[in-house]
Design a protein around this ligand. Structure first.
Ligand code: PLP
Length: 453
């Protein structure tokens, strides 16, 4: 007898296919319409208009199919139009679309809070507030940490990204494009050096001592409400800190009464082969922020924290009209179920192994690949100017742009990242097959060969 696992149902063949110029004529038409009514501040990395998506493949309005290495920036982690998520959300739509949880509550919100309490690190009483976006989760996390500690200071790290609201744009490392001209920025935000092993060569202990010393001198622990860190930085270029760095920061926070907040908005929800990337580093954060992958594409975000911290906010102080919407919450419950039933933690590990092997082989061929790093389905390569890989490691954004452009023309959606735009990130859905990954890597190989020719 053989075990049979139902093969996932994909409504689009899992293959790339290019049938027009990219972008095609219908996409171009739509783009013209868009430019007349949508401001340029809202950009389009690849202006092909998507009509449909399934699993790890996007189909545009001209019939081109793209292998999706971005998954809506780590959102459709369970696969585009995941059948279980669609079913749960559809059923919920028919039963209940909205009441406002703070007026008349419903079960799905509570269930998501239970699941987050269960799957975030730490075996203690937790509470969760659900909101609509990652930035809103960051805002709420900081708000609650301030209330709990009675302090104002917010510490963040170099190369961080936390969102586009007023507070979060002050927390980002990059002023341009996120904050330039949009001030005044929120005060009491302090940025410290991070751990970036490829560039700083520091051990975790050394990098932590640098971060802590910097914060002690420039702010003082007594004025810090929280330290907000991405365990693996997302927009900053999938920077994986040196071993021991994050636990040392956490120990310092605990000693000084600073709330340690893990922004797991990009790295969480099975992305890295663990429910939350904090687990890779032995971290048990006081608060974990979730968003992106939590509801299979529906807008939902959560702040999950130690009960005593979360309970410090006064009744009426937390919430919002759409926060924890029943349809999004039902989708999130289905996402948690999919992580278990489709063994998605193991799938993330499989994807990581395939990508690391393929990219390490490319690194041996092409000296512009300075670094290969990441965990699970959150892997990146950092590109440097030829001949600088063992010296200055000079950022080579043009190489990334050329690879991204070659990919687009050949039916692969690839994303850049990094403060200097010189990181190519792999953030596919966990539904992507090895076959599709290897096919995408062959297109990247072609692009690198053209570059070095
Ligand atoms: C995307 C992201 C955010 C912001 O989330 P939005 O839903 O876009 O507001 C915050 N932190 C990290 C680490 C992110 O990747």
């Amino acid at each position: 007898m053989t075990d049979t696992i139902d093969a996932p149902v994909y409504t689009v063949p899992q293959e790339r296919k290019v049938v027009t110029a990219i972008p095609g004529p219908r996409s171009k038409e739509l783009h013209e319409r868009r430019l007349a009514v949508v401001p340029p501040g809202v950009t389009a990395a690849l202006p092909v208009y998507v009509a449909k998506a399934s699993g790890a493949v996007l189909v545009d309005v001209d019939g081109n199919q793209f292998i999706d290495l971005g998954a809506g920036i780590g959102v459709t982690t369970v696969g585009h139009a995941n059948a279980a998520v669609v079913e749960a959300a559809t059923a919920q739509l028919q039963d209940l679309t909205h009441t406002l949880f703070t007026v008349t509550p419903y079960e799905e919100y509570v269930r998501v809070a239970e699941l987050l309490a269960e799957h975030t690190p730490g075996d203690f009483a937790k509470r969760t507030v659900l909101v609509n976006s990652g930035a809103e989760a960051v805002e709420n996390g900081v708000k609650i940490a301030r209330k709990f500690t009675g302090r104002n200071g917010v510490a963040v790290l170099d190369h961080a990204y936390h969102g586009r609201t007023n507070l979060t744009m002050a927390m980002n490392f990059k002023a341009a494009p996120y904050a330039t001209g949009f001030g005044p920025l929120a005060g009491d935000v302090y940025r410290a050096p991070n751990s970036y092993p490829y560039h700083d060569g520091l051990s975790g202990a050394e990098a932590a001592a640098r971060t802590i010393n910097y914060l002690e001198k420039t702010v003082g622990a007594a004025d810090l409400a929280c330290l907000v860190v991405e365990p693996i930085q997302g927009e900053g270029g999938f920077v994986v800190p040196a071993e021991g760095y994050l636990p040392a920061l956490q120990a310092w926070c605990t000693e000084k009464g600073i709330v340690f907040i893990a922004d797991e908005i990009q790295s969480g929800m099975a992305r890295t082969g663990e429910y939350f990337a904090s687990t890779h580093f032995g971290l048990v954060p006081d608060m974990v922020l979730s968003a992106k992958g939590i509801a299979g594409g529906l807008p939902l975000a959560g702040v999950t924290g130690r009960a005593e911290i979360m309970d410090s906010a006064q009744p009426g102080g937390l919430g919002g009209t759409f926060g924890g919407n029943p349809v999004a919450a039902a989708a999130a419950v289905a996402v948690f179920e999919q992580i278990e039933s489709a063994s998605l933690l193991a799938e993330a590990d499989r994807i990581g192994a395939t990508l690391l092997a393929g990219l390490t082989a490319l690194q041996e061929k092409y000296d512009v690949i300075g670094d290969v790093r990441g965990r699970g389905a959150m892997i990146a390569i950092e590109l440097v100017e030829p001949g600088t890989a063992s010296t200055t490691k000079t950022p080579h954004a043009e190489a990334v742009n050329a690879i991204v452009a070659h990919c687009a023309q050949n039916g692969v959606l690839a994303l850049n990242a990094g403060t200097y735009g010189n990181v190519l990130r792999f953030l596919p859905s966990l539904a992507i097959s090895d076959e599709l990954l290897l096919d995408a890597l062959s297109v990247i190989d072609e692009a690198l060969a053209q570059l070095s020719a």
